[in-house]
Design a protein around this ligand. Structure first.
Ligand code: ATP
Ligand code: MG
Length: 413
């Protein structure tokens, strides 16, 4: 008796083959691009002490106040499934004793967990590819990090992406700006949504990126951080803009960008598309010069970003090659061994091969079709005797009698 079948947790999806092929395209583009900027991969834990995120991300953020999957384990430790990668990267940087090892350029790929309301492009388990550069302070590095993100997205051939940049100021100039903003928001209280009203006291800058239309209207004349930067932040922001111009990376300034996490300063940026509705940010990041120190390390400037793999893969075109290179069809029991060695030879040359298992020819050809094989290697008594393969090109129906080496040559070009 079959019982009721079990379902995965809401907002937590299986990565089935067709989708994973797209994820791999995203990952390969990232690896290829990041390697050209001399970045190294790190593999960091999924479980971290809950305190790490409370201390770094900040208690008033959505992530810490309501989205973390945290629990007390059997040893009474408070554990969290990581909601993002930066805090763990900083912890690893400190724990690994790398603070005196010169600039570190890291990247990572893996799952993150946030208990959000599931919807298109918003999952409870999702994948990020993230980058963190430690020990780099200048606007030149900021421009390079943004250019690297741009190169990664260009490699994926995703069109209609917009780079938006902003400056969040620093601890010198942000408090003054924050006061101006609070004064402005206080006067607009009635037009702001309930969430924004609660944010005025706790995290007023978050009001700026509220998605509610009436809030956006109320914010039209809100003071902007970019108009209130101190001299050093202004210099940094100008340097970033010059760097982006030199590298021919197109961007627009969006004074509404605030990062959801508390630890960012100066440069903040997002790559946005209009194709995914409200979940249009595919890659986001910024500078976080104070975080390493606030987690107990020496003052260390740093900048990073994270890209949402599911959101990016939704934007990829459909050029996925699902098919295999060769399906091997063996006609008769006598040729079975020979056909197996031919399949092995093709695989040794790096081709993707499915052996159709011998038996009824009709079933084998049907199988080759199901696999979307580009070529079918038909092997009967004659082929075995001549030490060859009858290779059929499924795109045009042409058939040729070839040696294994000739098959490899033909398919590989
Ligand atoms: P959003 O404003 O969409 O909630 P965020 O500011 O919370 O994004 P970040 O913490 O900056 O997002 O994460 C970087 C990227 O990771 C996002 O731009 C997005 O592409 C992806 N991402 C974040 N949360 C989710 C989620 N719940 N499901 C899928 N992808 C996500
Ligand atoms: Mg979020």
């Amino acid at each position: 008796m079959a019982g009721k079948s079990l379902q995965s947790i809401r907002g937590i999806h299986d990565g089935l083959p067709d989708e994973v092929r797209r994820f791999q395209r995203v990952e390969q583009a990232a690896r290829k691009t990041f390697a050209t900027y001399a970045c190294s991969e790190v593999r960091l834990p999924i479980l971290e002490p809950t305190e790490l995120f409370v201390r770094s991300i900040g208690e008033e953020t959505d992530i810490v106040s309501k989205e973390m999957y945290s629990f007390i384990d059997q040893g009474n430790d408070n554990i969290c499934l990581r909601p993002e990668g930066t805090a763990g990267a900083v912890r690893a940087y400190l724990q690994g004793g790398l603070t005196r090892a010169g600039a570190q350029r890291w990247y990572y790929a893996g799952p993150m967990f946030r208990r959000e309301r599931p919807q298109k492009g918003r999952l409870r388990q999702f994948q990020q590819i993230g980058v963190e550069w430690f020990g780099v302070s200048g606007p030149v590095e900021d421009a390079e990090v943004l250019a690297m993100a741009h190169a990664f997205l260009t490699e994926l051939e995703i069109s209609d992406l917009r780079l938006e940049v902003n400056s969040l100021g620093c601890k010198e100039c942000r408090p003054g700006y924050r006061d101006r903003l609070v004064t402005y928001l206080d006067a607009k209280k009635e037009q702001l949504c309930e969430t924004c009203n609660a944010r005025i006291a706790k995290n007023p800058m978050r009001v700026l990126d509220c998605k509610v239309a009436s809030c956006q209207v109320a914010l039209r004349d809100a003071p902007e951080m970019v108009d209130h930067l101190c001299e050093a932040c202004e210099f940094h922001f100008d340097g970033l803009k010059q760097g982006l111009a030199a590298l021919a990376v197109p961007y627009v300034i969006n004074a509404r960008i605030v990062r959801g996490l508390d630890y960012y300063n100066r440069t903040a940026f997002e790559f946005v598309t209009d194709k995914l509705g409200a979940q249009g940010t595919v890659l986001a990041g910024g500078r976080y010069d104070g975080l390493v120190e606030s987690l107990g390390g020496p003052a260390t400037p740093a900048i990073g970003f994270a890209a949402g793999v599911e959101r990016l893969s939704m934007l990829l075109d459909d050029k996925e090659e699902r098919g295999i290179d060769v399906a091997v069809v063996a006609l008769g029991a006598d040729v079975l061994s020979y056909s197996l060695t031919q399949a092995a030879g093709l695989r040794a040359a790096g081709l993707s091969v499915v052996h159709c298992g011998g038996g009824a020819a009709k079933r084998q050809f049907k199988m080759a079709d199901r696999e979307s094989a580009r070529f079918v290697a038909v092997i009967g008594g004659d082929e075995m005797e001549s030490g060859k393969i009858a290779l059929k090109n499924m795109a045009n129906g042409e058939q040729q009698l070839l040696t294994l080496d000739e098959v490899v040559l033909l398919i590989s070009i």
